[in-house]
Each structure stands twice: as structure tokens, then as C-alpha cells.
Design a protein around this ligand. Structure first.
Ligand code: ZN
Length: 180
């Protein structure tokens, strides 16, 4: 989600009709009718909504192999915990992969800055956390710690965290502890 406020000044033309046409072509060659609802790798990936990250391509994942849970930053929020709870309890996943990335849009804002901006414009402060951060590595560790602490995600033996570099396409693994 990297963007600047100048993006909002340029004229905008919606293109959802192109997506509908794209879906027509997709459905003509559709071959996924036999996929099962439970991910075959028994894996859930939590990652950022960033448009530069084609998660299936950059992880070499196939259709039907993993749950992909995305939000701004790939943050472990209550709603992500809700999805992971369902993923593990009802759809059999046992492994969690966190992928944050360099040049994230959440590095452009601050928690207090955005909140007071919204409050002065709208008269109401958001009741949600912005979850801004400066260092994607520290933010992956924060997410791993949140997973450790929640009772709603029971299977945590296989949790790995990574930072994806948007300038090289490479993943860099993050250990839970800062000293290694
Ligand atoms: Zn991001």
C-alpha cells in the first residue's frame, strides 16, 4: 500500500468493467472445479495488501494450497486472529507464514499523526489502531509475539516470518529474537 497524497489529485476512471471481461476469459479456461475447500499445504499466509506483491507467484504457491489473509501491513489484528482461528479449527491449517515488506505504505504515516488528522477533518477519532511502523523486521516480530499471546490460534509450532524486498523480489527471514 505505498501511495502518496498526490495520487488522489489525478483524474480517475474506474476499470471494474475490464475485470468483468478478464473474468470471462478466466472462466473459459477454468480448471479448478475439483479443488477442495481445505488448503492442501495446511498453511495460512498473513501478508500486506500491497499491489506489488503477487503472493502466489512470489511464494511459488498453487491454487488451493494456502489461505491468504491480507490487510494494510499484514498486521496480526483481531480480524486476522478471527480468520486464523477459523482456518485452524475448521479447515485444518497448521502452519503460519507472515510476509511483511520493504517500502510499506504504513511506514509513511504515524499512529498519532493519522489519528489527529482524521479527528480534525471528521470530528471523530478512529477506534481502530493505524498499526504504523518504521521497521518491517520489528513489525514481523511484533506479529509473531501477538500470535504467541492469543489463545484463539492454538497451533503455533510452525510460524515463520519474512520481509519481502520489493526492489529485488527476495524474501529475508526474520527470527523472533533480535539478537540472531
Ligand atoms: Zn504494505
Amino acid at each position: 500500500m505505498a501511495s502518496s497524497s498526490s495520487d488522489t489529485d489525478t483524474p480517475f476512471t474506474p476499470t471494474a468493467d475490464e475485470l468483468v471481461a478478464g473474468n470471462e476469459r478466466f472462466a473459459e479456461g477454468f480448471a479448478d472445479q475439483d479443488l477442495q475447500v481445505s488448503p492442501t499445504r495446511r498453511m495460512a499466509v498473513v501478508t500486506c495488501m500491497d499491489s506489488r506483491m503477487d503472493i502466489f507467484a512470489l511464494l511459488g504457491l498453487g491454487h488451493g494450497e494456502a489461505h491468504i489473509i491480507r490487510n494494510a501491513g499484514g498486521v496480526i489484528t483481531d480480524d486476522v486472529i478471527r480468520s486464523l482461528c477459523l482456518s485452524q479449527r475448521y479447515l485444518g491449517t497448521r502452519e503460519i507464514v507472515l510476509v511483511h515488506h520493504t517500502d510499506c505504505g504504513l511506514m509513511l504515516v504515524t499512529e498519532d499523526g493519522l489519528k489527529s488528522e482524521l479527528e480534525s477533518e471528521l470530528g471523530v477519532k478512529p477506534w481502530w489502531a493505524v498499526e504504523s511502523f518504521e521497521d518491517p523486521y520489528l513489525d514481523v516480530r511484533q506479529s509473531m509475539k501477538r500470535l504467541e499471546m492469543t489463545p484463539f490460534v492454538p497451533h503455533k509450532e510452525y510460524v515463520r516470518g519474512f520481509v519481502y524486498d520489493v526492489s529485488t523480489g527476495r524474501l529475508d527471514e526474520v527470527s523472533l529474537h533480535t539478537d540472531d
